[in-house]
Ligand binder design. Structure first.
Ligand code: SME
Length: 162
């Protein structure tokens, strides 16, 4: 699927408004709800925070809860994104040996690191029910979303130093 530039620009303004209005997990929950509601190919949207060597689910929006609320960084596509410090896109999760299954309906997934400066502090994780749902436009859009989330992901919703 494609996130067109006008849609991405409008959505980023909404994300800016959310992080200006809310802090910490409340902001993350609202961003998850907004993304899930706005893009038909985003079936489940979550934000994990890196806590030591473990990813902790801080907020999500979607039809069901996941059992993977804590993921060691040596496991899963979520762990891969932290270890590589880079976005992970998997077109067919059923063909990925690293994939940790959450929902039977999931066919593809994108995981985008959230950084504070150069340091990975968390990630956005999105599942789609469509094969190969995420293209370069999703990646660019979600990397821009991620760049806005570090204050909300940091412990206590602290603002990073300017
Ligand atoms: N599929 C992820 C686990 C998180 S669920 O998608 C919500 C992974 O492989 O790390």
């Amino acid at each position: 699927m494609t996130v067109g530039r006008p849609a991405a620009t409008a959505a980023l303004l909404q994300v800016d408004a959310i992080v200006a209005r809310l802090e910490g997990r409340a902001a993350l929950a609202e961003v998850c709800r907004f993304l899930e509601a706005s893009f038909a190919h985003y079936a489940w949207v979550g934000v994990y925070r890196l806590d030591g060597r473990e990813l902790v689910l801080d907020a999500y929006a979607g039809p069901a809860a996941t059992e993977h609320t804590r993921i060691p960084v040596d496991r899963g596509l979520c762990g891969r994104a932290v270890r590589d410090g880079a976005t992970v896109v998997v077109d067919d999760v059923r063909a990925s040996p690293e994939y940790l299954a959450c929902f039977l309906s999931t066919r593809s997934e994108i995981v985008v690191p959230v950084r504070a400066g150069p340091t990975v502090v968390g990630e956005i994780d999105i599942d789609s029910d469509r094969l190969a749902a995420f293209d370069a436009s999703d990646r660019h859009f979600l990397e821009e979303v991620a760049s806005r989330l570090s204050p909300a992901v940091l412990p206590g919703g602290a603002r990073p130093p300017a």
